[in-house]
Design a protein around this ligand. Structure first.
Ligand SMILES: Nc1ncnc2c1ncn2[C@@H]1O[C@H](COP(=O)(O)OP(=O)(O)OP(=O)(O)O)[C@@H](O)[C@H]1O
Length: 466
C-alpha cells in the first residue's frame, strides 16, 4: 500500500488514480493526525509526502511530519513532493532521510519510476557475491578484479542496474568509473537503447545548452541547421555525465531542471521536449566538500546521488594488479599477433608494489608500452620498470624542460609510437608551464578543449581554468 499525504483533494485524487492504475493499493491522509492513525493500523510500503501540505507554505509542517514518520517507521521509503520554489525544503527533507523528491507539476511516468525505484531499493540488501556468482548473474565481462571492495561495488551495481535510480560514481582518475557506468547500463533494461557519454569537463559554459539540449536553426549565428542534443540522443537509454564536478554554477541550474522534470527546450525553441533517461554521473572530485564550500549545488547533489559508489584507487587493491596485467597482456597478444607473450612471476610480484597514481589507466598504458617496446616473449620486471615508472620519467622530463643545455632530439624510429610521443610532449609542456592549461594549449598549437580531451585520454591531471 502507498500512503499519500496531502491536504489538497485534487492532488489526492489524481495521485490515487495514477497509482491504482499502476496496480498499487492506496490510502490517503490529510495531515499529521491522519498519518499517525493510518500508520497505527497498517504499514505502507512507501509514503508520498507533499511538503507544503498545510496552509503554512513554509514547509515546516512537512519537515516536522517527515521527522515524525522517520521515528515511527524508520526504514520506510518516503518520497517528497515540493514546488520548484521550495526545492531547499526538499534538500532539508533528503537530509532528514527522504529517499527522493519530485517537483510539481510532475510527469506521471517519472513519478511512477521514482516510486518503483525506491521500492526496489528498499528490499533487503543481499550480501556481497563472489566473483563466480557475479559473472553468472551479470555482465561484467571486461571488469577485472577480485578485491572485496570491488566485489561489493559490482554487487551494488548488479542490484541497482535494473532500477532507474541515478548512480554517482566517484574515484580517482583512471580507476574505472566509465567502465562501471557502462556496466550499469549493460545490466539494465535499457541495454539495447543508447548509452550517451558526455564529458562535462570538456564543454564550455557557452556551448553547454546547445550540446546537451540541442538547438534549432538560427538560434545563434553559427546555427545553420537544427542540432539534436545529447539528452534527446539518450532518450529511452542512459546518459553518462562524466566530470560532473567541473560544471559551472550556471550550467548546474540548467542541468538540475532537466534532471528534475525530464523536460528541456532546445536553444532557440520555446517548445518543451520530454525525455526518459537514466542518469549516471562520475567525478574525481569530492562533491560533498564542494557542496560545503558552495561550489556545487546541494539540490543537484541530492538529485544525482541516490546511489553512490566509490571506486578504490589501485593502491588500495594491489592484489588485483597481477590479474589486470595478465588480462591486458592476453588482449595484446591477439592485437599484436604475439601468442607466446607472457609475464614472468617475478615481474608480477614487482608490479604489485608499484605506486600507480594514474591507477588502472596508467597500468594499462604502461603494459601496452612495455609490450610494444620489448622484443622477448616473457616480460621481465626490468622491461616494465623502463616503461611504466612515470614518476621517474616525469622527474626526468621536469629536469630536461628547465635545463638550458637540454638538446631536443627525436627518438629513434620504431622506439616510440606517435601516441606515446604526443603523451610525452603534453606531459613536458604541462610541467614547463606548471599545469597552466591555456599556456600549454598555446605552446602545443591546439585549442584548450582539444588539450582537455587529450589530458583526459592520457589521464594527466589538471585543474580547470576558464
Ligand atoms: N577493473 C578493470 N578491469 C579492466 N580494465 C579496467 C578496469 N578498470 C579500468 N580499466 C581500464 O582502465 C582505463 C581507465 O578506465 P576508465 O576510463 O573507466 O577510468 P575513469 O575512472 O573513468 O578515468 P577518468 O576519471 O580519468 O575519466 C580504461 O581503459 C579501462 O578500460
Amino acid at each position: 500500500m502507498i500512503l499519500i499525504i496531502d491536504d489538497d483533494i485534487a492532488i489526492q485524487t489524481s495521485l490515487s488514480l495514477l497509482f491504482r492504475k499502476e496496480g498499487f493499493a492506496v490510502r490517503v491522509a490529510d495531515g499529521p493526525f491522519d498519518t499517525v492513525e493510518v500508520l497505527a493500523e497498517e504499514t505502507p510500503e512507501l509514503i508520498l509526502l507533499d511538503m507544503n501540505f498545510s496552509v503554512d507554505t513554509s514547509g515546516d509542517d512537512g519537515l516536522r511530519l517527515l521527522r515524525r514518520i522517520r521515528e515511527l517507521v524508520p526504514n520506510m521509503p518516503v518520497i517528497l513532493i515540493t514546488g520548484w520554489g521550495s526545492i531547499d525544503l526538499a534538500v532539508e527533507g533528503m537530509k532528514a532521510g527522504a529517499k527522493d523528491f519530485i517537483t510539481k507539476p510532475w510527469q506521471n511516468d517519472h513519478l511512477v519510476q521514482s516510486v518503483r525505484t525506491a521500492l526496489n531499493l528498499a528490499q533487503t540488501i543481499p550480501a556481497s557475491l563472489n566473483r563466480r556468482k557475479l559473472d553468472q548473474q551479470f555482465r561484467f565481462d571486461n571488469i577485472v578484479g577480485e578485491d572485496p571492495n570491488l566485489l561489493d561495488i559490482l554487487t551494488t551495481v548488479g542490484r541497482v542496474a535494473p532500477t532507474n535510480a541515478p548512480v554517482l560514481i566517484t574515484g580517482e582518475s583512471g580507476t574505472g568509473k566509465e567502465l562501471i557506468a557502462e556496466a550499469v547500463h549493460q545490466n539494465s533494461r535499457r541495454q539495447r537503447q543508447p548509452f550517451v557519454k558526455v564529458n562535462l569537463g570538456g564543454i564550455s559554459s557557452t556551448l553547454f545548452e546547445s550540446e546537451l539540449f540541442g538547438h534549432v536553426r538560427g538560434a545563434f549565428t553559427d546555427a545553420k541547421t537544427d542540432r539534436v542534443g545529447r539528452f534527446e540522443l539518450a532518450n529511452k537509454g542512459s546518459i553518462f555525465l562524466d566530470e560532473i564536478g567541473d560544471l559551472d554554477p550556471g550550467s548546474q541550474v540548467k542541468l538540475l531542471r532537466v534532471l528534475q522534470d525530464r523536460t528541456f527546450e532546445p536553444l532557440g525553441s520555446s517548445k518543451s521536449r520530454t525525455v526518459d533517461v537514466r542518469i549516471i554521473c562520475a567525478t574525481n572530485r569530492n562533491l560533498e566538500e564542494m557542496v560545503s564550500k558552495g561550489q556545487f549545488r546541494e539540490d543537484l547533489f541530492y538529485r544525482i546521488n541516490l546511489i553512490s559508489v566509490r571506486l578504490p584507487a589501485l593502491r588500495e587493491r594491489p592484489g588485483d594488479i597481477p590479474l589486470l596485467v595478465t588480462y591486458f597482456v592476453n588482449n595484446l597478444k591477439t592485437i599484436y599477433g604475439r601468442p607466446d607473450l607472457r609475464v614472468s612471476p617475478l615481474a608480477l610480484k614487482w608490479l604489485k608494489n608499484l605506486p600507480l597514481p594514474g591507477n588502472i589507466r596508467q597500468l594499462k598504458n604502461g603494459v601496452e608500452r612495455t609490450v610494444l617496446l620489448s622484443s622477448g616473449d616473457e616480460l621481465q620486471a626490468d622491461d616494465f620498470e623502463r616503461n611504466l615508472t612515470q614518476q621517474a620519467s616525469a622527474t626526468a622530463l621536469h629536469r630536461s624542460a628547465g635545463d638550458a643545455a637540454f638538446q631536443p632530439s627525436f627518438p629513434a624510429v620504431g622506439s616510440m609510437t606517435l601516441e606515446e610521443m604526443e603523451y610525452q610532449m603534453i606531459q613536458r609542456a604541462m610541467t614547463f608551464h606548471q599545469n597552466r592549461v591555456a599556456k600549454v594549449a598555446r605552446a602545443l598549437g591546439i585549442t584548450r578543449f582539444a588539450l582537455y580531451r587529450r589530458l583526459e585520454k592520457f589521464g594527466i591531471s589538471y585543474t580547470n581554468e576558464e
